[in-house]
Ligand binder design. Structure first.
Ligand SMILES: *[C@@H]1O[C@H](CO)[C@@H](O)[C@H](O)[C@H]1NC(C)=O
Ligand SMILES: *[C@@H]1O[C@H](CO)[C@@H](O)[C@H](O)[C@H]1NC(C)=O
Ligand SMILES: *[C@@H]1O[C@H](CO)[C@@H](O)[C@H](O)[C@H]1NC(C)=O
Ligand SMILES: *[C@@H]1O[C@H](CO)[C@@H](O)[C@H](O)[C@H]1NC(C)=O
Ligand SMILES: *[C@@H]1O[C@H](CO)[C@@H](O)[C@H](O)[C@H]1NC(C)=O
Ligand SMILES: *[C@@H]1O[C@H](CO)[C@@H](O)[C@H](O)[C@H]1NC(C)=O
Ligand SMILES: *[C@@H]1O[C@H](CO)[C@@H](O)[C@H](O)[C@H]1NC(C)=O
Ligand SMILES: *[C@@H]1O[C@H](CO)[C@@H](O)[C@H](O)[C@H]1NC(C)=O
Ligand SMILES: *[C@@H]1O[C@H](CO)[C@@H](O)[C@H](O)[C@H]1NC(C)=O
Length: 307
């Protein structure tokens, strides 16, 4: 036996062990398709002040299979997270995923500088009650804004309608008075005294902000500030066991092949599961690699014997 072969032999052994361990595991242990989906749904939605948002929300870096259709978020100008509900756009101020509450504000109002809507496009705020609801305990109430109003009649004796106003317009004769009030606070018997105006729309706001606003005279800016503060909604979705999925190391998403967005747990190394990651392929590839190493070691020993 010469000295070169005594150096070569352990080298060959190491090479074989390495080869036998990596080849089967690279075939069996890596599945880029699953890994891609897992990674896509592990990334969080981020936009402006909104951070760390995951299932059931999607949009931005999160693919459509990472959330429910209705919970699509879009990031505008890198700072405005926008949600589209029933054809109306809302700016998402915050999301608390643990309580399923979010604060949203009308984007059209956010982008309108003075609440004057000279283009006449005014819409009521309509929630899609299939997926959103107002929080309990009247934490949120409607603020009504009325445009193109007749001159307001004085309220009946001894009653304060608490209808406030601000001014829109180019000045002088062209100025228009806009009235705002809380319909909910007007007793039913006094509601007929509310002026009937050409254009009226309602926007939910926080009750505390509304009370404060109506307690003193304000201008456009203060009213806009209250509207831009947004209102709270509770969002409704079937979590489908997202917690169990995450505990098993998976990322929550939906089956984009299904019509009803049914829940799907995306796993790093195996086919997605409706409940949680089973780690079948991880076990299989560990076992296979181990057997591969064992086989080669035995084979080398066999060669050593016959030599
Ligand atoms: C991100 O959100 C998850 C829950 O969705 C939470 O467990 C985690 O602590 C949050 N991380 C940060 C940095 O806020
Ligand atoms: C989203 O993706 C873009 C490019 O695709 C990347 O620059 C950005 O860092 C990603 N953001 C997050 C929060 O992952
Ligand atoms: C409300 O949301 C549900 C669930 O996404 C959707 O199927 C329905 O069409 C929505 N309704 C309206 C009026 O947009
Ligand atoms: C919001 O929804 C409406 C109606 O479904 C649609 O016309 C509009 O283009 C949507 N806007 C965005 C930003 O997706
Ligand atoms: C606000 O008014 C709309 C009608 O414009 C109504 O559908 C909605 O339920 C009201 N919201 C609250 C919180 O009272
Ligand atoms: C607007 O409000 C002020 C203060 O309450 C009041 O003096 C004024 O008469 C109101 N204007 C109109 C047109 O109602
Ligand atoms: C008309 O409105 C402008 C601002 O919109 C205001 O400066 C001006 O005082 C108003 N004039 C009258 C008569 O109300
Ligand atoms: C908004 O709702 C109120 C009360 O339901 C109604 O009187 C008003 O006409 C609606 N406004 C629009 C623009 O649809
Ligand atoms: C969706 O359908 C395609 C084609 O039928 C299939 O290859 C894929 O595995 C399906 N995805 C899921 C998550 O079931």
């Amino acid at each position: 036996m010469d000295s070169s072969s005594s150096i070569l032999k352990p080298l060959i052994t190491v090479f074989f062990i390495f080869f036998s361990a990596t080849v089967p595991s690279s075939v069996l242990c890596n599945n880029n398709e699953y890994e891609e989906r897992f990674n896509a749904c592990s990334s969080k939605f981020e936009c402006g002040d909104l951070k760390n948002i995951s299932y059931p929300f999607w949009g931005g870096n999160r693919s459509d299979f990472c959330g429910h259709q209705s919970f699509k978020l879009e990031c505008r100008e890198n700072e405005n997270p926008v949600l589209n509900m029933t054809g109306q756009e809302f700016r998402v101020q915050s999301i608390d995923q643990s309580t399923r509450r979010m604060i949203i504000a009308r984007l059209d109002i956010w982008e309108n500088s003075d609440l004057c809507f000279s283009n006449g496009l005014i819409k009521n705020t309509t929630l899609n009650y299939t997926i959103f609801d107002y929080p309990p305990l009247t934490a949120v109430r409607n603020l009504t804004l009325s445009y193109d109003c007749p001159v307001i009649q004085p309220p009946p004796d001894g009653f304060q309608l608490n209808v406030k106003n601000f001014t829109c317009g180019t000045g002088g004769e062209n100025n228009e008075t806009v009235y705002y009030f809380a319909y909910d606070y007007v007793p039913v018997s006094f509601r007929p005294h509310i002026p009937v105006c050409g254009r009226t729309f309602q926007v939910p706001v926080f009750s505390t902000a509304l009370d404060k606003l109506l307690s003193h005279e304000s201008g456009n800016d203060q009213v806009k500030e209250v509207l831009n503060g947004g209102f709270e909604v509770v969002y409704i979705y079937n979590s489908g066991g997202c917690e169990a999925c995450e505990r098993s190391g998976g990322s929550c998403g939906v089956n984009s092949n299904s019509t009803d967005d049914s829940f799907l747990c995306y796993c790093r190394d195996e086919y997605p599961d409706p409940l949680h990651c089973l780690h079948h392929s991880t076990y299989a590839c560990s076992l296979f690699s181990f057997l591969g190493v064992l086989l080669v070691v035995e084979f080398l020993q066999f060669i050593k014997i016959i030599l």
